[in-house]
Write a new protein. Sequence first.
Length: 231
Amino acid sequence: MRRIGIIGGMSWESTQLYYRLINERVRAVQGGLSSAPLLVHSVDFAPVAAMQVAGDWDGLTAMMVGAARDLKAAGAGALAIATNTMHKMADEVVAATGLPLIHIADVTAAAVRAAGLSRVALLATRFTMEQDFYRTRLSAGGLDILTPDEADRAEVHRVIYEELCRGEAKDASRDSYRRIIAGLRAAGAQGVILGCTEITMLIGPQDTDLPLFDTTAIHAAAIADWIFSTE
């Protein structure tokens, strides 16, 4: 099996889901006591979140590039960023290391297309919903993206940072997300991308009859597949 480097900790609540999902897939394929040969660079999310709010994307890029270089030096043959928002600096990470990156938006777009859908809603942090780095990547993958209105984007973002990143999944917030999803369905969404790696802690198939595309699970499966691949 090949060794991959994962930049995580943003938040650790979702990084632990990655670790479990990747290893479950490896064990299912390899059997016995097999587990994935992973290198994980887990950052302190508190300063990361503060820099996001401050718009210090240059500082965050420097941090991500440093983490990626550390993983390369430790022997990683490829990289993965265990969060949607910080794919904002994916190109810089690749340029600085020369390593392939398993991009969460690319594998998610492929999963949506494989399901025969093209017009999907995106729930994520405000940065991911509103900035071009993620939506453009999904659009390049053949998708038409719908996002909530401004007030609902603020609510989706609030729940992520104030609750889910702290390990809290509240019924009231689940109801809010259900309402928002229903509105996006009425606007023509054929499915929903859970475009923040923590949202899977709150929303599942029981909450809507629209197909859900859990970026955490999709990305973890792609990471495991790279580990097995010989190409």
